[in-house]
Design a protein around this ligand. Structure first.
Ligand SMILES: Nc1ncnc2c1ncn2[C@@H]1O[C@H](COP(=O)(O)OP(=O)(O)OP(=O)(O)O)[C@@H](O)[C@H]1O
Length: 345
């Protein structure tokens, strides 16, 4: 049975007589044990979707099923019970600033009626899981962003959830801290078998740990599937743009613009390798065979679900026949080849 199933979900907001359709006919399935990413640009509807998954936001139409149970069919009391299976962490951690780390983790257990001693024992175990045993007496203000998110994760695990929803949980963190939090989430997924849903606007987060991804654009799910497949053969414009943005130096606007300018005009293709080391001989042999230079516009290696993938964007010579021959040559060598037509903002 699927952990989460979303069927024909719509969410509309009424604001001063104007209707905003934040989500439109969303269908998706998250299997047990998946790490499922939901990605989209700002305003795409990601937060609204994740809030619909635990009915913090009630869908206008459609169904959400958690382990086969339709949330819309539950009474408020039943819904509260079901919600304890779904924990959530946020970008701004939402910790209780007047309480110590240990008391923050104990808090949901005390609300559930657990005895103080038991709650403390469990909280200490959880703090060990997230690598913060030495900080139990500290207060959130004394912790770094990454440490605060670890406390939030320990607190989320205190209710023994089956599903963990992460809403931009690493967006406020630097790249190194992001990597350590993502690897903690992966460990939790593998060791505790918790299904994880990650909401993000960063493709790097998706390829780092997600098995599946859904891409949302203007409230519509435009593409979903295995991360590796979407990374290798993106179909939607939104997926292609998100992958292109996921480049080292993409925060550097002048550099991005310079690359963009160089990329205008030429025919551009994108090629993907599973073994990045294989790039060099293929490109070198191709240049020897066709006796023409190609413009390497971008080349880097990315870690997609633990597999090193080489990616390269080539600007081809103007000669149309040569373009066809080069593409054929690369395909014969077993490379995924596709034309790059979209602009990078
Ligand atoms: N309570 C609300 N009332 C009215 N409109 C809303 C409400 N919540 C969200 N919206 C609108 O729904 C759309 C989707 O918003 P949402 O916050 O889900 O997007 P998002 O993808 O999470 O964006 P971001 O990454 O910037 O947080 C936006 O147009 C937003 O203005």
């Amino acid at each position: 049975m699927a952990a989460i199933e979303v069927r024909h979900l719509y969410k509309r907001f009424e604001q001063k007589g104007v209707t905003v359709e934040a989500l439109s006919d969303i269908n998706l399935t998250v299997e047990q044990g998946d790490i499922y990413g939901i990605i989209g640009m700002s305003g795409a509807g990601k937060s609204t979707l994740v809030r619909c998954l635990n009915f913090l936001e009630k869908p206008t139409e459609g169904q959400v099923l958690i382990e086969g149970q339709e949330l819309g069919a539950l009474t408020e009391k039943e819904l509260r019970g079901q919600r304890s299976d779904i924990a959530m962490i946020f970008q701004n951690f939402n910790l209780l600033m007047q309480k110590s780390v240990l008391d923050n983790v104990c808090f949901p257990m005390q609300i559930q009626g657990k005895k103080k001693k038991e709650a403390r024992e469990r909280a200490r175990e959880l703090l060990k899981t997230v690598g913060l045993s030495e900080k139990e007496k500290a207060y959130p203000a004394q912790l770094s962003g990454g440490q605060r998110q670890r406390v939030a994760i320990a607190r989320a695990l205190a209710s023994d959830p089956k599903i963990l929803l992460c809403d931009e949980a690493t967006s406020a963190l630097d790249p190194q801290t992001t990597a350590s939090i993502l690897s903690l989430l992966k460990e939790i997924n593998e060791k505790l078998g918790i299904t994880i849903v990650i909401i993000t606007h960063q493709m790097s987060v998706i390829r780092e740990i997600c098995s599946h991804v859904a891409i949302i654009e203007h409230g519509v799910l435009v593409e979903d599937g295995l991360v590796e497949d979407i990374f290798s053969h993106p179909k939607s414009k939104a997926a292609k743009e998100l992958i292109l943005r996921d480049q080292p130096g993409n925060n550097n606007a002048p550099l991005a613009n310079a690359v963009q300018e160089r990329m205008q005009g030429d025919k551009k293709i994108r090629i993907v390798f599973s073994e990045n080391s294989a790039f060099e001989p293929v490109i070198a042999n191709m240049i020897l065979q066709f006796k023409t230079p190609v413009n390497i516009l971008r080349a880097d290696t990315k870690n997609v679900g633990g597999v090193a993938k080489g990616e390269m964007i080539l600007g081809l010579p103007e000669d149309r026949h040569l373009q066809v021959d080069i593409e054929e040559y690369l395909k014969e060598k077993g490379l995924a080849v596709e034309e790059v037509t979209e602009d990078v903002e």
